[in-house]
Design a protein around this ligand. Structure first.
Ligand code: GLA
Length: 393
């Protein structure tokens, strides 16, 4: 959908003339380091130029009105600032409600109601973190409207708390971190155990990052995700009977190989293997990129996908078909699924000159095999969550 005139929409939907402030939070891709965040490992995500816009004004009373241009059939959702508990009937609005609740509970003074209009251009359910984007845009709008003093990492952690405690998905910190701390032209290497991070410029010379949406929605993602997390926790507990580690991310390759027999459940052992090796691959990937070894970076991306396919088992026929098709094209450096998996998006690093033929060929193979088309976007790495002040409508 073409970007609507957000100011007009705001004023007509809420029937007001006051000019709202406008905030934006991006979505994210993850270059490598998948399902490592909740295992105390490293991730390497970047915020993208697609994201969620929120136009907001304070009200004189305690009423909250939410409207999303992406879900017009749901209409305006209303509640009171004193009653922010999860409510199934409130559908998507539970994400901003959860953020308001968590920020209030952390002691921040949110004192009046608000009118908030949302519009997102991240494909929904595509694994590009549309939900974390809504949480973080709500965070920055509360920070702006109520002049809150909140550290950005604390806001990120509150966003994760919304997912975990309010929505009920046991996700890690990667999405909120990538979105809250994103930087134009850079990816973030984040140690998810210590939250130490550094930015790495993404200079791909004659290459671009293509986001490929399988258009298969991640329907079962929540339950399968929590299952993977539990499997890794069991594997960790097995290893902890013999060595003192905090998380699977603490293990070197040698330590894992030496102790893996302690994980007696075969499935759990495969899950742990992915977590350990993927973490090591991620750290190596950054080094390779810094040394300008794009080819090795691409090979690590491919290995990441194979491990997610065979050991972590979170890919599925759609992602595997599309990634295999990408690997088979001229001009490809590397390709892998990105995000939680079970459908959603893959990313590929492709030579600029070959992009058109890449898209055509991959789409042809994919649609013949799967029965419907894929969508392609060129990823631009933009800044993190913020208030917009110029050229915003
Ligand atoms: C989802 C979660 C993240 C992370 C990825 C997998 O995006 O929200 O915390 O675990 O899956 O890497």
């Amino acid at each position: 959908m073409a970007k609507p005139n957000l100011l007009d929409e705001f004023q007509s939907i809420f029937n007001v003339t006051k000019i709202p402030r406008i905030f934006f939070a991006p979505g994210r891709i993850n270059l490598i380091g998948e399902h490592t965040d909740y295992n105390g490992g490293h991730v390497f995500p970047a915020s993208i130029s697609y994201g969620t816009y929120a136009l907001a004004n304070k009200r004189d009373d305690q009423k909250l009105r939410f409207y999303s241009l992406n879900f017009p059939s749901i209409g305006t959702i209303e509640c009171d600032l004193a009653d922010l508990d999860y409510n199934e009937a409130h559908d998507w609005a539970n994400f901003p409600k959860g953020m308001i609740q968590c920020m209030k509970e952390s002691g921040l003074k949110i004192t009046t109601g608000m009118d908030i209009l949302f519009y997102g251009d991240i494909p929904n359910g595509a694994g590009l973190s549309s939900s974390a984007s809504i949480e973080m845009v709500t965070g920055v709008l509360l920070e702006g409207l109520f002049e809150l003093k909140i550290d950005r990492v604390q806001m990120i952690q509150l966003g994760q708390k919304v997912e975990n405690d309010y929505i009920g998905v046991n996700s890690g910190i990667m999405d909120q971190f990538a979105i809250g701390k994103g930087k134009k032209g850079h990816a973030i290497l984040l140690n998810c155990q210590t939250l130490a991070y550094n930015y790495a410029p993404i200079e791909l010379n004659d290459h671009v990052i293509i986001i490929i949406n399988t258009n298969k929605q991640r329907t079962l993602a929540g339950s399968k995700y929590n299952e993977r997390r539990a499997e890794c926790e069991q594997a960790l507990a097995n290893i902890q009977t013999v060595i003192q580690i905090k998380s699977l991310g603490d293990l070197t390759e040698e330590q894992f190989e030496q102790h893996k027999h302690l994980i007696t459940n075969e499935t759990n052992q495969k899950r742990a293997k992915h977590a350990v090796y993927e973490n090591l691959r991620t750290v190596e990937a950054l080094q390779q990129l810094q040394q300008g070894n794009l080819e090795t970076f691409g090979r690590l991306m491919n290995e990441s996908h194979t491990s997610l396919q065979l050991d972590y088992e979170v890919t599925g026929i759609e992602l595997d078909t599309i990634v295999q098709a990408a690997w088979d094209q001229p001009g490809i450096v590397g390709a892998r699924m990105t995000g939680a998996g079970f459908g959603g998006c893959a990313i590929a690093i492709v030579e600029i000159d070959k992009v058109d033929s890449f898209k055509n060929n991959v789409n042809k193979i994919y649609s013949e095999e799967i029965g419907y088309e894929a969508s392609f976007y060129t990823a631009t790495i933009g800044d993190g969550a913020r208030e917009l002040t110029e050229g915003v409508y």
